[in-house]
Design a protein around this ligand. Structure first.
Ligand code: ARG
Length: 658
């Protein structure tokens, strides 16, 4: 049961005759911001009255007289200029809790019109180790899949692996030129990683050498522009003068950025040139960037040796990511990587050409799209296909085989333009009846305000990140504190096991609790804090309830199925009850724009906080009467079950003790 949806459904027949589209009016029925206005509030009367030429208060009074909510609410109140305040009846609340008590879905109904979703997430480029950047796509995608499924949609998860790109050209080149074959035989994955890093390092070095003079030239240009703008006579017009000042500031900050870029580029060059060994290696592989591209092209053209190497390497790469997914408890229905679509790409381009949707421009095949400056290239001049071509082929395949109503792409915000174009091209291609959504996310930052890197400046490997979170969780669990007394008493094996759950949970929740579109600063301390909006706190709240049951020797399952009833007389009980019953609304909020942080907000700000004040104000085990004790135990139980279900939708497990 979803209270908001229920109330809106009751108002609908009253509002429909009054407006062409009742939808926006119904959306103006919302949870009340302040409990003194009741539980829900409707403020459509003000706007609507104007259109109908009535006084808002009169209109609100008429609506209140006509609407049928008696069974749910006390008599609605018209307040101020025409607000309608709705307060739920105590008996009704109690009845809903009663229903939830024995319901495995805690009262959450499935959607009336289930849709089919394809969720494209994680999708790392394999052949290089997974890094911190992959955590976001993986955990956000997983949480969305779980939530969509729970509310009744069909979900097809697909890990669109980058298993066919330049990174394979890189390891093929590296394998041919500087692999330690014995090391590879003994342990292929570490050796492949080493090769990848070596090739990457050389390519970065040559890129940096190429870039440096360009940066220096740009700096000279900007400096000249800056001088000119600074020394120009100040315009008499105030607005013009302001504009000029702004421009000077802009040049100044660009100069700052360029200087920074020059420094880091120089450092990259020095790293190789200061080491005689690396310098010799670089001299021996001066053409590495072209050579890597050639190896990639040969692979795509079906060269027998490169295909054989690719086939040999790929399973190692897949095993590598599988280990991470197992630890994260993430699974996929499909793992159709880029290579799967290779044979379909030519047909995609031909189809675009045949329908007159693509044109040749400077030898390349391009799709020109309204509203975009540059076209989308689907075949390069040299005949090579692109990331975009693969994505088009992927859409066609998904449509043909899975017939989805929506495809969600959980991918870094930097690919925004790619997806804008891809979606426009897809519509042009004729797929108009599908929701295509780039569920975009920002960057994980370090303390220094820059993308999170290790001290030596390397990207942070995902496995190392998991290990560190788990080892810090172990400390938190082992130390315990006065409110979290179990940990230190547990034996080593239990603590280890709990730490794995708590550590991974902290990492996931730390990510999911952020607005996905903004960058966030990574901090182990913050995400493992026992206070605040963290998984650790939510898991602790859950364990605390289980502790009450243990202490009171309560057989909670028996109590659930007994005739014991729930009453909500104390204001703190009522507030907790409302929080429990609003779980369904939180799930709606998550799915409206695919934002898991609405669920973490709900769990922390509404549920956990209401529970805390309930626990502070209402005796549970030592309640005045047996009825009251049972009612409160059942409220505790519902709270714990919503926490458990909510965390489960985020891909997070609970523990009974911590
Ligand atoms: N492999 C790509 C990357 O790491 C992400 C793929 C996202 N999915 C897609 N269908 N394009 O950047």
């Amino acid at each position: 049961m979803n209270i908001l949806a229920l109330l809106r459904a009751r108002f609908k027949p009253v509002l429909q005759p009054l407006a062409d589209d009742a939808g926006p009016l119904l959306e103006m029925i919302r949870p009340a911001g302040d409990p003194k206005f009741g539980d829900y509030q409707a403020n459509f009367a003000m706007g609507l009255a104007k259109k109908l030429g009535k006084s808002p208060r009169d209109l609100a009074t008429e609506v209140v007289a006509a609407v049928n909510v008696e069974d749910i609410c006390e008599t609605p109140e018209v307040a101020g200029p025409g607000f309608i305040n709705l307060k739920l009846r105590e008996e009704w609340i109690q009845q809903q809790l009663q229903n939830a008590k024995t319901d495995s879905r805690i009262g959450i109904e499935k959607v009336e019109a289930p849709r089919t979703y394809v969720v494209d997430y994680s999708s790392p480029n394999v052949a290089k180790p997974m890094h911190v950047g992959h955590i976001r796509s993986t955990v956000i995608g997983d949480a969305l899949c779980r939530t969509l499924k729970f509310v009744g949609h069909s979900v097809i998860s697909d890990n669109h692996l980058g298993d066919w790109g330049t990174q394979f050209g890189m390891i093929i080149y590296g394998y041919k030129h500087f692999a330690d074959k014995d090391a590879y035989k003994a342990a292929p994955v570490p050796e492949l990683s080493r090769i990848y890093r070596e090739v990457r390092g050389l390519m970065d070095y040559f890129d940096a050498k190429k870039e440096l003079p360009q940066l220096i030239e740009k700096l000279a240009e900007r400096t000249a522009e800056y001088e000119a703008a600074k020394n120009a006579p100040e315009p008499a017009d105030k607005a013009e003068a302001k504009k000029q000042k702004k421009e000077v500031g802009r040049f100044q900050s660009q100069i700052g950025d360029l200087n920074e870029a020059i420094e880091s580029t120089k450092a990259k060059i020095a790293k190789t040139e200061d080491s005689p060994e690396l310098k010799k290696l670089a001299e021996a592989h001066a053409e590495i960037s072209t050579a890597v591209l050639q190896e990639t092209v040969k692979l795509h053209e079906g060269d027998a040796e490169n295909i054989a190497l690719w086939k040999e390497f790929l399973p190692f790469c897949e095993d590598e990511i599988k280990r991470v997914y197992e630890r994260l408890n993430v699974t996929f229905d499909h793992q159709l990587g880029e290579s799967f679509y290779h044979d379909r790409l030519a047909a995609v381009v031909e189809d675009f050409e045949r329908r007159g949707l693509a044109k040749e421009s400077q030898g390349a095949t391009c799709v020109f799209l309204d509203g975009f400056k540059a076209p989308m290239i689907i075949r390069k001049r040299d005949g090579a296909f692109l990331y975009s071509t693969t994505d088009l082929a992927t859409i066609a395949y998904r449509m043909e085989h899975w017939k989805p109503d929506a495809i969600l792409y959980v991918v870094d915000f930097r690919q925004g333009e790619h997806f804008d174009k891809l979606f426009a091209a897809t519509r042009l291609w004729g797929y108009t009846d599908i929701e295509l959504k780039h569920v975009s996310f920002g960057t994980v930052m370090g303390d220094d305000g820059k993308p999170f890197k290790t001290r030596s400046g390397d990207t942070v490997g995902l496995e190392g990140l998991l290990d560190e979170a788990v080892s810090r969780a172990y400390k938190v669990v082992s130390e315990g504190d006065e409110r979290q007394p179990d940990g230190p008493k547990l034996d080593e094996a239990q603590r280890k096991q709990i730490s794995e759950t708590v550590g991974i949970a902290a990492l996931k929740y730390g990510d999911l609790s952020q607005n996905r579109e903004t960058d966030y600063t990574f901090s182990y301390d913050k995400m493992l804090a026992l206070n605040g909006n963290t998984a650790t706190y939510m898991q602790y709240a859950y364990a605390r309830v289980q502790n009450i049951f243990r202490k009171g020797e309560v057989d909670i399952e028996a109590l659930r199925s007994s005739g014991a009833t729930i009453t909500v007389e104390h204001p703190a009980e009522r507030q907790l009850a409302m929080a429990i019953l609003r779980f369904s609304e939180a799930l709606d909020d998550v799915l409206l724009d695919y934002r898991p942080n609405y669920l973490t907000n709900y769990l922390f700000d509404q549920l956990a906080k209401s529970y805390s004040s309930f626990y502070d104000q209402c005796e549970v085990l030592s309640a005045g009467t047996e009825e009251q004790k049972n009612s409160r135990l059942l409220l505790c139980d519902l709270t714990a079950r919503v926490i458990q279900q909510g965390l489960d939708l985020l891909g997070i497990q609970t523990v009974d003790k911590m």
